[in-house]
Design a protein around this ligand. Structure first.
Ligand code: FDA
Length: 394
């Protein structure tokens, strides 16, 4: 049986960052992952260019039962610290929009950087290794046994298994299972940053809009996001919808402003006075893609000149542009979700070190914890920050 200072379960963003920091402190570190490649999520992130952080990352960009939990870690290892690391590797990057930083070339550059850092401090990365059992050692620390019978002892065990999204590339609920084994509470999980779907009737009706995208404001109660919205064959997607999906719950309605720049009623009213012979859908297509304008007009039965249309009908039409209310039926679930809401209850962990209060030497970092970022590089920043904090003490 081999003795190590630290075992990290999960060679993803958080696990690798933690391993690098612990290795830097001279600790012997082994990272175990059941996948045959490390950091698969980094590879597929940001459309292959990895949106590795956000210039404006702050606690308000995170959802958690305890909104204050992420404050300390985000302050101690900031987006600027990660940017400095990326710059040290001469990885070119650009701000795409809203502070979101992407590699100019490829997400592989971030993976190579992390692996190189691990290599520099002799982190041992064991891939294709599934864990059979974890036990607390009577003399302190933990025993980890692999399916193939290898057995290790470590003083610190770091759980960095991520969440449930995209099982196809290795996501499992193993991190939650370990938490439960040691008596830690879990905040119920759900798919987040995920496209929303319509019921079959709405799908049949609105499916014809698939492919149309608009700049929209999407709101759920007091939370609103202004970003792109995309009609799909199954429902709605695009950044604004992914963002609101983290707040929406089944049977609830979301409100969509399909043209935040213009007051649709004002525009329709002035067109009625200035160009009364113009067809309603032609007026509407000044503020919406033509196909969408035609659909909404037909839905209201207003296929006629605007001069022959009463203000009441125009007001109703306008409200479907600026205040469209829609109740999605569901979401596409973990199959396509970018992240998992919920996870290990932060009340169980130290916000300084990520160590479990109930099980000394057991740490939880990254997405497995009940801290979920908005879309835009915030989730990786949480992985870097929480991984870094644990790496200082394990
Ligand atoms: P992560 O999921 O990265 O790593 C967990 C590791 O644990 C994996 O390597 C997995 O194989 C391993 N593991 C799981 N179960 C195991 C088991 N039983 N035994 C052993 N190993 C196990 N975020 C962002 O900020 N910017 C972006 O551009 C994107 N883009 C993006 C695209 C897509 C398609 C997805 C699905 C997600 C994103 N994200 C993102 C979210 C981001 O990828 C995610 O929040 C982080 O990868 C979380 O990092 P972790 O290290 O916590 O988990």
């Amino acid at each position: 049986m081999k003795n190590l200072d630290v075992i990290v379960i999960g060679a993803g963003a958080a696990g690798l960052m933690c391993a690098i920091e612990a290795g830097n402190r001279g600790r012997s570190v082994m990272v175990i992952d059941h996948a045959d490649q490390p950091a698969e999520k980094i590879r597929i992130s940001g459309g292959g260019r990895c949106n590795f952080t956000n210039l404006h990352a702050k606690p308000e960009n995170y959802i958690s039962q305890n909104k204050r939990f992420c404050v300390s870690a985000l302050k101690r290892y900031t987006q600027h610290d990660f940017i400095a690391l990326v710059d040290r590797y001469n990885i070119d990057w650009h701000e795409k929009t809203l502070g979101q930083l992407f590699c100019d070339e490829s997400a592989f550059q971030i993976i190579d950087m992390l692996l190189n850092e691990c290599d520099d401090v002799d982190v041992d990365i064991k891939l294709s290794t599934s864990i059979k059992e974890i036990e607390a050692a009577p003399e302190g620390g933990y025993f980890v046994t692999s399916l193939s019978g290898a057995r290790w002892h470590c003083q610190s065990l770091v759980v960095a298994c991520g969440g449930l999204s995209i099982p196809k590339i290795g996501a499992t609920g193993f991190g939650y299972q370990i938490a439960r084994q040691f008596g830690l509470e879990i905040i119920p999980t759900r798919a987040a940053l995920v496209p929303l779907t319509f019921d079959p009737d709405t799908r049949a009706d609105l499916g014809q809009m698939a492919g149309i995208s608009v700049d929209a404001v999407v709101a759920h109660q007091k939370t609103r996001f202004r970003e792109g919205l995309l009609f799909t064959h199954r429902g709605l997607s695009g950044p604004s919808i992914l963002q609101i999906s983290s707040y929406w719950r089944e049977a609830e309605t979301i409100q969509i402003n399909l043209n935040p720049e213009q007051d649709a009623f004002d525009l329709l009213k002035s067109a009625k006075e200035e160009t009364p012979k113009q067809m309603v859908h032609n007026v509407l297509s000044r503020m919406l893609p033509n196909r969408l304008a035609q659909y909404i007009t037909a839905k209201h039965g207003l296929e006629r000149p605007i001069g022959e249309t009463g203000d009441k009908a125009l007001r109703k039409l306008a409200s479907d542009v600026n205040q469209w209310q829609i109740a999605p039926q569901g979401s596409e679930g973990y199959r396509t979700a970018e992240v998992t809401l919920g996870g290990v209850d932060t009340r169980e962990l130290s916000s300084q070190t990520m160590e479990s209060r109930k099980a000394p030497g057991l740490y939880f970092i990254g997405e497995v914890v009940d801290v979920t970022g908005h879309l835009g590089g915030f989730n990786f920043q949480w992985a870097w920050s929480s991984g870094w904090c644990a790496g200082q003490v394990v």
